[in-house]
Design a binder for this molecule. Structure first.
Ligand code: PLP
Length: 441
């Protein structure tokens, strides 16, 4: 029989009083959240009978149960218990058009009227491809996929096909899709490529790794701003050094612009003046429907030309699905104009500046990072308390009618105005007033 240690043999560490205060504030906020959302709780429990934990998407799950949204309008969301929120998450940036853009709805209903699933090439895919190629100086040819994950998998395959090499340099904190995550912690599932993992924004370290692996390196895959890691912009020096390194090694530089492509009409690479060999896109380019795309230099992409006897095959039942193709073409030509993007990013820059001023004025234990319309609010607390502090902020914002990602990520959508951003700033001020003391650790 196993003998249990005497309880006093390993006394539990005594948490600091500040940590107890934060944990108590979070426990009260979690309790209030659960009481406010009984219908969401019921729906989560019912879903858990057939979906593991009631979820089919890790990024939107949080304890004790995530909200069930039932409707969206412009930049507003309505949950199953009748609460209304300003949607500052914008479907992790895919919802840039808001929930009811007329141009997108008309394109979808128009395509539907012509018949679903045409089992052939259709009139939309060439149009959407031309609109994307026009915007990105580095994209001569594109192929469509169904997600950003798939786009990155195919871009890696294209680089491997072009170079005849296998190895791929990626960076800690990078997120390129569900099976291409390099975020710390968690038990991710990763495709078994020959990865070398460098440190983001480490110019010398990156150079050294490229030099060391040059002969085997097929690709360098990088987000010009790391999104899931917390909106950490890549320095120009770092990204330019990857460009030089890729040239020297004969490897393909792949910019994952699934999120950052919204930062100018030619993507973040257009703003930085750094040209990628291959670029991956996703999210809003399909009008808000399931979408992904990889494209780039003709010399690499033309290997997918089916007229070539040695053409690379890339099939996919829904690669050119009419609804996404029609919605994407309509959204790009009428809503996601260079002027609209400029205005959206200007609004994001002003919001971040206003947050920084607010946090400074209140001496708040909060910070914000990002570029343009993409940003992440960060509690300034020790790493051990980060999870609790983020959650407390998230629940407090929900109670104030503000919807963000649980990790503090915000992606502005086109219908968001100064009225909405003022409401967020007001909610943050109240949060600092109510919970700032609990977060001073
Ligand atoms: N790459 C980046 C930078 C992303 O942010 C994401 C999704 O958030 C992906 C790739 C994966 O896209 P998807 O979720 O469409 O597979």
């Amino acid at each position: 029989m196993r003998t249990l240690p005497h309880p006093s043999a390993h006394p539990a560490p005594v948490p600091a009083p500040e940590a107890v205060r934060l944990a108590a504030a979070l426990a009260a906020a979690t309790d209030a959240y659960a009481r406010r959302n009984p219908r969401s709780a019921e729906m989560a429990a019912a879903a858990a009978r057939h979906l593991p934990g009631g979820s089919t998407r890790s990024s939107i799950w949080y304890a004790p149960f995530p909200l069930r949204m039932v409707r969206g309008e412009d930049c507003r969301l309505f949950d199953a218990d009748g609460h209304e929120y300003v949607d500052f998450l914008g479907e992790f940036s895919a919802g840039i058009y808001g929930h009811s853009a007329a141009a997108v709805r008309e394109a979808i209903t128009g395509a539907l009227a012509e018949g679903l699933s045409l089992s052939a090439h259709n009139r939309w895919e060439g149009r959407l491809a031309s609109l994307i190629c026009e915007r990105f100086a580095s994209i001569d040819l594109v192929r469509f996929t169904n997600s950003g994950t798939e786009a990155n998998l195919l871009a890696i395959a294209a680089a491997q096909g072009a170079t005849g090499r296998r190895r791929v340099l990626v960076f800690e904190g990078g997120y390129h899709g569900s099976v291409l995550s390099f975020l710390p912690g968690g038990a991710g599932i990763r495709v078994p490529h020959d990865f070398v993992i460098g440190r983001y924004n480490d110019v010398e370290g990156g150079r050294a790794l490229i030099g060391q692996h040059a002969a085997d390196l097929a690709a360098i895959l990088v987000e010009p701003m790391q999104g899931s890691a917390g909106c950490i912009p890549g320095s120009v020096e770092f990204l330019a050094s990857l460009r030089q390194g890729a040239d020297a090694a004969g490897a393909a530089l792949i910019f994952d612009e699934v999120q950052t492509s919204r930062l100018s009409s030619g993507g973040l690479q257009g703003r930085l003046g750094i040209t990628a060999d291959l670029t991956t896109l996703g999210k809003y380019f399909g009008g808000g429907l399931a979408f992904g795309c990889f494209g780039g230099r003709r010399s690499i992409m033309e290997r997918f030309d089916p007229r070539r006897p040695d053409g690379l095959a890339h099939a996919g039942t829904f690669n050119n699905n009419t609804l996404t193709m029609a919605a994407g073409a309509a959204a790009l030509s009428t809503l996601l104009t260079p002027g609209a993007l400029e205005e959206l990013n200007r609004r994001g820059d002003s919001l971040r500046a206003a947050m920084m001023t607010l946090f400074e004025r209140l001496d708040a234990p909060l910070g914000v990072t990002g570029l343009g319309s993409l940003m992440n609010i960060h509690p300034n607390v020790p790493a051990a308390a980060m999870g609790d502090a983020r959650k407390l902020l998230f629940f407090a914002l929900l109670e104030a009618g503000i919807y963000t990602a649980a990790r503090g990520f915000i992606a502005l959508s086109l219908p968001i105005t100064d009225v909405h951003t003022a409401r967020l700033l007001g909610a943050l001020e109240r949060f600092v007033h109510d919970f700032g003391p609990a977060m001073r650790l």
